[in-house]
Write a protein that binds this ligand. Sequence first.
Ligand code: SF4
Ligand code: SF4
Ligand code: SF4
Length: 176
Amino acid sequence: MRETARTAAMAGLGVLVGGIALKTGASHTVWQIDPYKCSWCGLCATACVLQPSAVKCVQIYPMCGYCKLCTGYFEPEPNALNTAAENQLCPTGAIKRRALEDPYFEYSIEEELCIGCAKCVKGCTLFGNGSFHLQIRHDRCVNCNECSIAVVCPAQAISRVPADQPYKFKSREHHA
Ligand code: SF4
Ligand code: SF4
Ligand code: SF4
């Protein structure tokens, strides 16, 4: 079951990459976040010219531990490990928690609700496997001449990348 979920998720990411390559053409560049440089400051939620932001959280399923106590999903010291709003770190309830076979849980992002605040990314990266991270979504981004988030990003994590390789996804193989 877990392998099925992973395969489906990665197929979805492949569709995203293919879509932007077709939309912009291979000779152009677009803005993207290096997830290994991002320091989860929160400015991605507020500095984008779009509201809600073009930045969204993505889940890299092959890196996820499918943890019962997900530190990207739960507030520190939650009252209970359930989906009650008071226990959730995400301010908009954008992370969906679904039970798989015991003791595993799947965590997925409902993108329409995500504002790119990075709270879950910080929790997952500091105390979990680091499978959550932020990306500029090119089906939303208007590819500003100067990305207003890149201007204020304290980690200098945002730069232009080739439009035919518009995402910088984390991977298990990467050693920062
Ligand atoms: S502004 Fe930079 S450091 Fe802050 S959340 Fe966005 S990419 Fe990360
Ligand atoms: S915590 Fe922030 S970045 Fe993570 S899913 Fe919720 S709104 Fe998106
Ligand atoms: S290029 Fe513009 S629309 Fe895209 S993420 Fe940056 S500020 Fe937002």
